[in-house]
Design a protein around this ligand. Structure first.
Ligand SMILES: Nc1ncnc2c1ncn2[C@@H]1O[C@H](COP(=O)(O)OP(=O)(O)O)[C@@H](O)[C@H]1O
Ligand SMILES: [Mg+2]
Length: 232
C-alpha cells in the first residue's frame, strides 16, 4: 500500500476505534523490525506490559525471544491522578501541564538510553487525558507538538503513535492538531456490515511517497497476526 515502504524517519499515526487492532498492528511492526535487527520500544499508557506480551504470544512473532534478547522493550507509563487539594485554578493548570511534560521527557530519556530504531507510543490520546481545563488543552497540543518534533530528531526508522477514535467524529486525533504534525496517518476501520463486522485499512496520508488510497480488507489471523491481502 505504501510503494516501497514507509519513508525512513516517519512519525505515523495509527488511528481507529477501540478494538480496531491498533495495538496489535503496532506490536507486530515492532516485532518484525526487531527480528530484522531494529530494536523496538513499546511505550504503553493503557495496558500492562504483561497483557501486551500475552497478546503478542497469540501470534508467531517470537515475542519472548525478542524480549529476552533485548531487541524489544515494553515500558509502562503511568498517569497519576491529579489531587484536588484545594489549590487555586492557576496552580492546577500548572500541575496539569507538568505531568504530560514530565512524561514526554521520560519517553525521550528512555529512547536515548535504549537506542531503539522503532518506537510505539500507545496512545497519544492518553498522554494528555489527565488535562481538563481549556488552557491545558492548548498546552497539551504544545507538548504533543514538541514531542513529535523531538521524535523526528532522534534518528529513528519509524515512530508509531496510536490514536483512539470515537465511533463518530471528524478528527484523527483527540487533540485536533497532531494529524497535521505527523508524517503519515493509517486508519484501521471496523465496519458493521449486514453480515457482521469487517476490518479494513487505509492510508490517509504519507509524506514523501506515493501510496494507495484504496481501503483494503484486513484480517487478524492465527499465526501471522494482521494480514492485508490486495485484490480480495
Ligand atoms: N488471536 C487473535 N486472533 C484474531 N483476532 C484477535 C486475536 N487476538 C485479538 N484479536 C482481535 O483484536 C482486537 C484487539 O486489538 P487491539 O490491537 O488491542 O485493538 P485496539 O488497540 O485498536 O483497541 C480484539 O478485540 C480481537 O477482535
Ligand atoms: Mg490498544
Amino acid at each position: 500500500m505504501v510503494y516501497g515502504g514507509i519513508p525512513q524517519g516517519s512519525v505515523v499515526m495509527v488511528a481507529g476505534t477501540a478494538g480496531s487492532g491498533k495495538s496489535i498492528f503496532s506490536l507486530q511492526t515492532l516485532c518484525q523490525g526487531a527480528r530484522g535487527g531494529e530494536k523496538g520500544l513499546y511505550i504503553t499508557f493503557e495496558q500492562e506490559p504483561d497483557d501486551i506480551i500475552e497478546q503478542g504470544r497469540e501470534f508467531d512473532w517470537n515475542i519472548d525471544a525478542l524480549l529476552k534478547k533485548g531487541s524489544l522493550r515494553i515500558m509502562r507509563m503511568g498517569y497519576p491522578k491529579i489531587q484536588d487539594n484545594g489549590s487555586k485554578a492557576f496552580e492546577k493548570v500548572l500541575e496539569e501541564w507538568r505531568l504530560p511534560k514530565a512524561m514526554s521527557d521520560e519517553i525521550m530519556d528512555e529512547i536515548r538510553e535504549f537506542g531503539p530504531k522503532r518506537v510505539v507510543i500507545d496512545s497519544l490520546s492518553t498522554l494528555g487525558s489527565g488535562m481538563r481545563s481549556n488552557i491545558a488543552d492548548m498546552m497539551k497540543r504544545d507538548i504533543i507538538k514538541e514531542m513529535i518534533m523531538a521524535l523526528k530528531k532522534e534518528n529513528l526508522a519509524l515512530t508509531i503513535v496510536t490514536s483512539e477514535l470515537p465511533r463518530t467524529g471528524d478528527w484523527y486525533s483527540n487533540d485536533g492538531a497532531s494529524e497535521f504534525l505527523v508524517d503519515g496517518i493509517v486508519v484501521l476501520h471496523k465496519l458493521s456490515t449486514g453480515m457482521g463486522t469487517s476490518r479494513m485499512i487505509s492510508i490517509e496520508k504519507m509524506r514523501k511517497t506515493n501510496h494507495s488510497i484504496a481501503k483494503m480488507p484486513l484480517s487478524i489471523e492465527d499465526g501471522a497476526g494482521i494480514v492485508i491481502r490486495a485484490g480480495e
